[in-house]
Design a protein around this ligand. Sequence first.
Ligand code: C2O
Ligand code: CU
Length: 488
Amino acid sequence: MHRFLQLAVAIALGLAGCATPPPAAGPANRIAGKVTSPAAPAGQPLPESPVLPDLNADPGIVEVDLYAAEEDVPVLSGATTRMMLYNGSFPGPTIEAREGDTVIVHFHNRLSVPTSVHFHGMVIDPEHDGGPWNLVSPRQSHTYTWTARAGMPMTAWYHAHPHGTTHLQAPKGLAGLIRILAQADPMPAEFGDTSLVLTDQKFDLNNQIVPDTEFDRFNGREGDRIFVNGRLMPKLVLRPGETRRLRVLNASSARFYKLSLPGLALVQVGTDGGLFETPAVAANVLLTPADRAEILVRAPAQRGTYTLMALAHDRGLGLRETFDRPLMTIEIAGEPTNSPPIPLKLRTVAPISLAGAGSRTFTTGVVRSAATGMLHFVLNAQQYDPLRIDQVAQLGSTEVITINNVGSGQHPIHLHNVQFQLLDASGVPIPRWEDVIIAQPATQTRFVVKYGLDEFPGMFMLHCHLLQHEDDGMMTDIFVNPASTPSP
Ligand code: C2O
Ligand code: CU
């Protein structure tokens, strides 16, 4: 088994090492169909968001200051763009902590509208997370305190999560990465740690963000400009023979990224809730909105230029990009080096036991509002209402959750404050931690969750992470009762 894997990885990297010379021309030549040329100068070095300074001397506590405000910033060439940003940074600054650390976020709302901060992926008390039910008013502050669960180093993120207006805030820039470092990382330090935050946007001729159309509201909004860490087509430089660890986050409203790196191998080593058990060589890696992936890229011995692509992807709902898009250039240059080999065993992920598991089903749908006559995306035939408790579960119990997608489009479904495991076709948990999965059309997608993976009861949100669907009402909640309380 291990030998097979070793071989597979070796073959993939070997192939990468003696790849045919990279194409002489730029990414445009590699793409069939329409190409949107970047409006800002392409090929600038890939920037990385600053890490929020830790204001607390205690090594076990990370204490940071975070504010949200509207800012005019240069995003395209020419006029500045009015964005909504955390601490003036696009994307937001990175929150970095170590597994087991307590994180204190002093948040200040300098917007003219209510907002909240959701720590997406973190296994924390819903009471100390932000959501549609606990808004921070303009000019108000709120302190979020939580602990990064020991044993769960991961790539998570934080974003605005107000009621009904997340699609008007998060994609304007209110999103940033959370890097929870491992106490003992199986990944060699030589691989580095580079984050890629993918966002897309639509602008008018004055470089201002345009409102959603009716089509966007129904299908999810995709922008024609794609940013990596806030830049159009930036360039990442690797040394010949270098292996680099990439943490990729899809922070877009609705766009799916089918990542591919023609000429080089992508070795996926992790997903939402941290590392896999073993590396997996992938022809491409599909990232739905809110999804994360950890990927290793090994530079060949020869200098050259490669292009990270988002391949055409049909997500149903009548929306289909029929052409590939370039995201970023990877240039192999400088002094050769020889990174250590990729470890073949990353960690052990114990499968959640299905013994005694209950079950719960959520069915996708569209309803017409009696009041307005408008159509809305829903779960279990109900539009989300923050004042209503939809489902009740018991802390410590295990459940198989079925997403019964009866529609024609893919929905990225996210459950707050836990990490769960997808079940394969034969009903066996896949040993990987996830918090967002694709519900394929005309399919029942099943995952297993254990409430009490943490010790926290409270309100767990479940929703589609296409932000237009989420805000339209395709969201529900599960109230998890404390273990000692009988369920009503
Ligand atoms: Cu990333 Cu309820 O969200
Ligand atoms: Cu959806």
